[in-house]
Design a protein around this ligand. Structure first.
Ligand code: E4P
Length: 220
C-alpha cells in the first residue's frame, strides 16, 4: 500500500520525506488555503523538493474550466496528478485530461455507482473519504473492499486511495483490506510511531546500559 501525506506544509513534508517511502503529497483547496501563499508557488516548491507525485485539485465548476486548470497545473511539476470532484462535470474533464496524458484522481467519492463510472472512465485514482463516510454512518472500510472488488471485476486499473483518515488504526485496516494507497494528515503520520510500551522499553534498555557503564567505570 502506497502512503501519501495530505498536506501542503513545508515542515511536515520535510519531516515525513526523510523516511524515503512517501509516494507523494496530496492537497485540496482547504489544505492550500491554510498556507496563505500563492497556489502555483506552493505546488512548484513541493514538487522541487519531493521525489513523488503532487496532487492538485481544480476549483472550476464547469468541465471546460476544470480542463483549463488541469492543463495548467500539470505543468507546475514533474509528476502532477489532477484532482477532480466526482461530478458530471468533473468526470467529463477527467476523460479529456486523460486523453492528453495527464494523470487524474476523482475525489469526494461516496457511492459505489460513482466507483463504477470512474473505473469505466479509466481514471488513475479514486479517493473514497473514509472518515467523512464514518461521520455519516457509512462503513468506509467495507466501501473500500467493495470498490476494489468492482474495479477488479471490471478489469480496470484505477487505484483506490483511502482519504479523510482520522486515526492510525484506519491506516492498518486499509492495508489489511487491500487499498492501493492511503493519504493521511501529518498528525496521523506522527501518531503511527506512538507506543508507550516502545518508550518504556527503550527507557529500560538505556537505564540498564548507563548503570552498566558507570559500574565498569568504578571498577577501574
Ligand atoms: C483527500 O484527498 C482529501 O484531501 C482529504 O483526505 C480530506 O480529508 P478530511 O476529511 O480530513 O478533510
Amino acid at each position: 500500500m502506497d502512503i501519501y501525506l495530505d498536506t501542503a506544509n513545508e515542515q511536515e513534508i520535510e519531516f515525513a520525506s526523510k523516511y524515503g517511502f512517501l509516494a507523494g503529497i496530496t492537497t485540496n483547496p482547504s489544505i492550500i488555503s491554510k498556507e496563505n501563499r500563492e497556489f502555483r508557488q506552493i505546488i512548484v516548491d513541493i514538487s522541487s523538493k519531493i521525489n513523488g507525485e503532487v496532487w492538485c485539485q481544480v476549483t472550476g465548476e464547469t468541465a471546460e474550466e476544470m480542463i483549463l486548470e488541469g492543463r495548467e497545473m500539470s505543468t507546475w511539476g514533474k509528476d502532477i496528478v489532477i484532482k477532480l470532484p466526482m461530478t458530471e462535470e468533473g468526470l467529463s474533464a477527467a476523460y479529456q485530461l486523460k486523453q492528453e496524458g495527464i494523470k487524474v484522481n476523482m475525489t469526494l467519492i461516496y457511492t459505489l455507482p460513482q466507483v463504477v463510472l470512474a473505473a469505466k472512465a479509466g481514471v488513475d485514482f479514486i479517493s473514497p473519504y473514509i472518515g467523512r463516510m464514518d461521520d455519516h454512518a457509512i462503513d468506509g472500510l467495507q466501501f473500500i473492499k467493495e470498490a476494489k472488488e468492482i474495479i477488479h471485476q471490471m478489469h480496470a486499473e484505477t487505484k483506490v486511495i483511502g482519504a479523510s483518515i482520522r486515526n492510525p488504526q484506519v491506516v492498518v485496516d486499509l492495508a489489511k483490506s487491500g487499498a492501493d494507497a492511503v493519504t493521511m494528515p501529518f498528525y496521523i503520520f506522527k501518531k503511527m510511531f506512538a507506543s508507550d510500551l516502545t518508550n518504556i522499553g527503550l527507557k529500560g534498555f538505556l537505564n540498564d546500559w548507563k548503570q552498566y557503564q558507570s559500574a565498569k567505570k568504578s571498577e577501574k
